[in-house]
Design a protein around this ligand. Structure first.
Ligand code: URA
Length: 227
């Protein structure tokens, strides 16, 4: 059939199987990745988990001790708090996609280095976002917020929705911050309680396929558009 473009559409109960394949492929690639030095200290890579059609995607910083042991995101104390926060808004972790900026544990829980963030997000996180195409991305902590809002201060923008390159982003404090600094705990809880309303107002991603990157490296904080 000359001149005809064959498009293979694979759907199973509303789930795009191409996206599911892509998520599985990413997880396999992450497990074997040697693109940065974090692979030396990894016991288990932590690609992330959740349904391919999740409306909400959480992005934390990077695996810690327990996550490195189990190969699953947010399974330690911060994860327990995240589960509690989800429960407060009637959600279970199985209903959302949870991942991290970097997929391997930085040794001694040090901060991920800029080159590690750069490689891991371009190679894996960006593809995960595109495969899942969530209605809203919730960044947990400054590392994931920094991918979308390079100049923002978390103390000024937490809990507020902003569109970055067509994607709805809600920056939040990292749950671990609420465990270390008790005054932040009620603030994090209040931010979570606003999520159902934000979600109900959220329209699908407006990101154009031609957009070179999901991430915004130069988003002035003053351009935050809140609703
Ligand atoms: N902290 C994170 O940022 N990610 C995890 O997966 C666990 C703790």
């Amino acid at each position: 059939m000359r001149g005809t473009v064959l498009v293979k559409l694979k759907f199973d109960g509303g789930v795009n199987l191409n996206a599911k394949d892509e998520l599985e492929r990413i997880a396999q690639e992450v497990a074997q990745c040697r693109l940065c030095e974090l692979h030396y200290s990894r016991k288990h890579a932590v690609p992330g988990e959740g349904p391919v059609d999740a409306e909400i995607m959480f992005i934390g910083e990077g695996p810690g001790f327990h996550e490195n042991e189990q190969g699953r995101p947010f399974v330690g104390a911060a994860g327990k708090f995240l589960d509690e926060l989800l429960e407060k808004i009637g959600l279970r972790r199985e209903q959302v996609f949870i991942t991290n900026v970097v997929k391997c544990r930085p040794p001694s829980n040090r901060d991920p280095k800029p080159e590690e963030v750069d490689i891991c997000t371009k190679q894996y996180l960006e593809r995960q976002i595109q495969a899942i195409n969530p209605k809203v991305i919730i960044t947990l902590g400054r590392y994931s917020m920094g991918l979308f809002l390079s100049n923002a201060k978390i103390s000024e923008v937490h809990g507020q929705a902003v569109r970055v390159k067509g994607r709805l982003i809600v920056p939040m404090y990292h749950p671990a911050a609420g465990l270390h600094q008790m005054s932040l705990k009620p603030i994090i809880e209040q931010d979570f309680l606003r999520l159902p309303e934000l979600l109900s107002k959220a329209t699908p991603s407006e990101q154009e396929n031609s957009s070179p990157s999901t991430f915004d490296t130069d988003q002035p904080a003053k351009q935050l558009s809140l609703f």
